[in-house]
Design a protein around this ligand. Sequence first.
Ligand code: HGY
Ligand code: MN
Ligand code: MN
Length: 419
Amino acid sequence: MTAQIPRIDPDRLLARLDAFAAIGATARGGVNRQALTEGDREARALLASLGQARGFLVEQDACANLFLRRAGTDAALPPLLLGSHLDTQPTGGRFDGALGVLAGFEVLEALEDAGVTSPRAVELAVWTNEEGSRFLPGCMGSQAFSAGEIPAGWTNILGADGARFGDELAATLGALSGVPFRPLGGPIAAYIELHIEQGPVLEREDIAIGTVTGIQGTRWLEAVLTGAAAHAGTTPPAYRRDPMAAAAAALHALAGVMAGDAAARLTVGRIHAEPGSINAVPERVAFTLDLRHPDAGALDAIEREVRAVVEAEAAKARCEAELRIVFDMAPAAFPPEMTALVEAAARDAGHAATRLVSGAFHDALFLARIAPSAMIFVPCRDGISHNEAEFVEPRFCIAGAETLLQATLSAQDVPRASS
Ligand code: HGY
Ligand code: MN
Ligand code: MN
């Protein structure tokens, strides 16, 4: 049977997005499907069953990365890998990660429906814990895949909810008991990821496709300031060693980091006081710092400034300060030939495209360490993400999937379908 021209089925893709958005749906229209929770397991199980129903080989690896494989004619060739993530922020959106996974699945189905044969297998990967909001760091699945091993220290990492990573990983693997294991790691021929932009550029320029040239650097720090618990009513200022006062002064001073450099990003997303009593000066205050910059040297300079300011304010309050790096992703550029492949795919799919650097980190950053990688962005409304109001117009979801299909075909060494 000669192959037909593969085409994205818009209704099928949009229905899948709705079905997965229902898993972990929040009352305000978002999704709370954090890594290695019951919701994450439910979404993985649904995708696994959909893949098995289409005759794709479904496997998982020791880091609970999930793979759906559509075989090629030459099993010896490393596969072309598509992928993204299904885990979300606590108040996440319906598209962050899920669009890339479900568009990738739609590409596999379109190839299958059209009877396309190709030398390379096409695989879809669902990476474990991209977000890093429950268990630090982020991108655990793609880090382990690209390194070919799970760092020993991860097993005992405690999540924001107190759960132990090793336990939750084992429960997640066990929840897909019928799915066979595969070794952790490559080789892969290339990696292509579709994702929402999570910023305002594409919408502002009214362009459907972003050709991602690279990803800015990210560095996460955990700061712990330690003073002395004391009575809120009887302890005068001179007798206090108040880590909350020190933290407040430090964060106020650090607001200048972004004021001084338009490309710099500094976010304190989580702060916690112990014992956390209304009428006790805290003994300990811990907070997270998310630093971003496209330039590695500038990122180092921001870290130095953060350390100097936090340590100085702690000293003023006669507190100890400890800051440790918990996640460090150097900026990276995607190879020109992969960027060109995405631009050609957008053109072939009939969509305008523009180049941009990603402000968010992605699993593609780690895949780029072991294979030529590329990312395709689509606009999200008002650039909102990591927020339950995240929204992508259906036409952009479809444009992204059509571009991913064309990129898959051209990366497959098969004649590109003329649309
Ligand atoms: O935080 C990030 O950049 C990614 O969206 N998880
Ligand atoms: Mn994401
Ligand atoms: Mn995200």
